[in-house]
Design a protein around this ligand. Structure first.
Ligand code: SF4
Length: 347
């Protein structure tokens, strides 16, 4: 039985890309819809009333997603993450979780959510086989958070979701906070204190030029170094080894033993060299980078009756041609490229 941790424990059947990276993580976007309008991801001006989201018939069915997940597992994928948009907007997501938890070779099944749903769903997700919960929360201050989610959604409800997820054993809960200069850097310390006291792992994320609608500017990036210094000045940190090669966050522990915190530095300290992530959009396209411009259409193959061997060969050939390292090549020129929206392929 292969394990996720072994970056190099690669069977012959597992393709490597042009930089020698295996395919380990599959991020599955199950919808491009969301009930929030976070300004750094789905600005209201673009994703307003008239925005055309994917019609239902264009979405992969749960059976199609589970089938593709099994094919990816055969190629080395062993970690699945459900994303969106907001994945819990997809009706009966628990049904998909139950199907994916039965896929051989998958030993980690996680969900990234904005935590704005009835708490009862947590127990149902866990009973269906979900292993880990990641929650997005960008501030403790209600006014700051409401300004960032742009739908007036209160902090308290998301905090309840985090606590209930931890209580349900889906922890340690990771809490993702996107830091934007002039918007919420003042929330770094309150969030760090709060999550530390409750044993949750705060992950501070540099503001990224995902998609082409969030008005990204380099000046608005609070770098990993700056974030580290803000936290370290009050709560001294010590570096931790990554849990596995290819882990996205730089891990630190509080020197006084008060838990763990992570910093995701896609802009100032790119980590493309170990990137083992593939992304599947809700309409069945395979993307090999968060900052991709186009994807490979697996849904067409599926609906034309392709067998698993044909699907596997198609995915392997895409992966073997992969040379993505956008974050290492990022420049003022690349910022303007027509990249796919993060809300379409998931973070
Ligand atoms: S920029 Fe692309 S290749 Fe680099 S780490 Fe992110 S997803 Fe991977």
């Amino acid at each position: 039985m292969k394990s996720c941790a072994s970056f190099f424990n690669i069977a012959m059947t597992q393709p490597l890309d042009t930089l020698g990276r295996p395919l380990r993580d599959l991020r599955i976007s199950v919808t491009d819809r969301c009930n929030f309008r976070c300004t750094y991801c789905m600005p209201k001006e673009v994703f307003g009333r008239g925005y055309q989201f994917l019609p239902r018939e264009e979405l992969l069915s749960f059976e199609e997603i589970a089938r593709l997940a099994a094919v990816f597992a055969g190629l080395g994928a062993c970690k699945l993450r459900l994303t969106g948009g907001e994945p819990l907007m997809r009706r009966d997501l628990e049904g998909l979780v139950a199907m994916l938890s039965q896929v051989p070779g998958i030993d980690d099944l996680a969900l990234t959510t904005n935590g704005s749903f009835p708490l009862e769903r947590i127990a149902a997700l866990q009973a269906a086989g979900l292993k880990r919960m990641t929650v997005s929360l960008d501030a403790l201050d209600d006014a700051v958070f409401k300004a960032m989610n742009d739908v007036d959604f209160p902090v308290a409800a998301v905090l309840d979701w985090i606590e209930a997820s931890a209580a349900a054993g889906l922890g340690p809960v990771k809490v993702n906070m996107v830091v934007q200069r002039g918007v919420n850097e003042g929330e770094i310390l309150p969030m760090a204190r709060y999550m530390r006291e409750r044993g949750h792992i705060l992950r501070l994320i540099e503001f990224m030029d995902v998609g082409s609608t969030n008005g990204w500017r380099l000046d608005d990036v609070v770098t990993a170094r700056q974030i580290y210094e803000i936290v370290h000045a009050e709560m001294p940190l010590e570096p931790l080894q990554p849990n596995y090669r290819g882990e996205v966050a730089e891990r630190y522990r509080y020197a006084d033993g008060g838990g763990e915190i992570g910093i995701i530095a896609s802009v100032s300290q790119p980590f493309c060299g170990d990137c083992t992530r593939a992304r599947l959009s809700a309409d069945g396209k395979l993307f090999t980078c968060l900052f991709a411009i186009q994807g490979a259409d697996l849904r067409a193959l599926l609906r034309e009756g392709a067998g698993n061997a044909e699907l596997s060969a198609a995915i392997a050939s895409v992966w073997q041609r992969r040379a993505d390292r956008y974050s290492e090549l990022r420049s003022q020129q690349t910022a303007g490229l027509p990249k796919v929206e993060m809300s379409y392929i998931g973070g």
